[in-house]
Design a protein around this ligand. Sequence first.
Ligand SMILES: [Ca+2]
Length: 289
Amino acid sequence: MNRTKFFAFLTISAILFACGSQDDGGGPPKLKEPSGIVTISPFDTLTVVFDSDIVLKEGDSFILSENENFTGNQPVKIVYLDANKTTDSRIRLVGDYGNTSGTPPLSYFKPATIHTINFSKVKNTTGHEAQNVSINFHTHPILDKLDNNNKTTADIIPTEVTDREGVTFAGLLGYEREPDLYDVADFFVLELKYRDSLSIKATTHLKDSINVDVIIPVYGKSDSTITIKEFKVVNNKLEKSIVYEVGDDYWYGSEGLINPSTKVPFYIKISPLNVKDKAIPYLLNVRVK
Ligand SMILES: [Ca+2]
């Protein structure tokens, strides 16, 4: 190939390449989030994000309505924050497994479950359609029975608390899962021994701040309480965390050091910062090293 032919070849290749890669206005909508299998609180909203704006409404009716073109293996519904919006790249899903009392009631997903949601048809604003878009996610358990409002009825934190990830569970303050039951404290209990390290991370919605207290047994004396005050905002949620080392301060009593291998109950108390006329969901991660 001489020099002129070579450059002609390059030019034609470049044109063909450009045509081949030319955008035809986008393909079918693709799922961006959730990516992979996420685990959420049953009380959370799952935001599904597509790579392009999808058609939500045709005329006056929402086209993505349950049982017509989306189904879940557990009860689920779409929340439309703005009923006038006809297209969006996001869809918000909440559980329809149960509702709390209070105003407004909070609906939730079935806890401790693998959820599958399938959209039979999703059309974007460029007219492309994706079929059978499936989403899988897990929900944390709810470890919060309705009468755990004192130490004697505390919920027992599972022994997997010593796993690398610890134990994560959801709870609810304020209006509960029973009509007109208002809950001002949840107690959880776990047994610790000398030199154990207890990590607690509590998460709530920004508008729902909660108190987290660790009730520490002091040998031969009344219990001592520490309140977790440090908090930060992570992903639009409020997070409080603490690492507490079971040390000498709480282990010496009038009779001296108790047997270091003796396990003693420690309590975690969750309460609302302000009393409100609604349900206040939270997520607690507890880990012992
Ligand atoms: Ca509760």
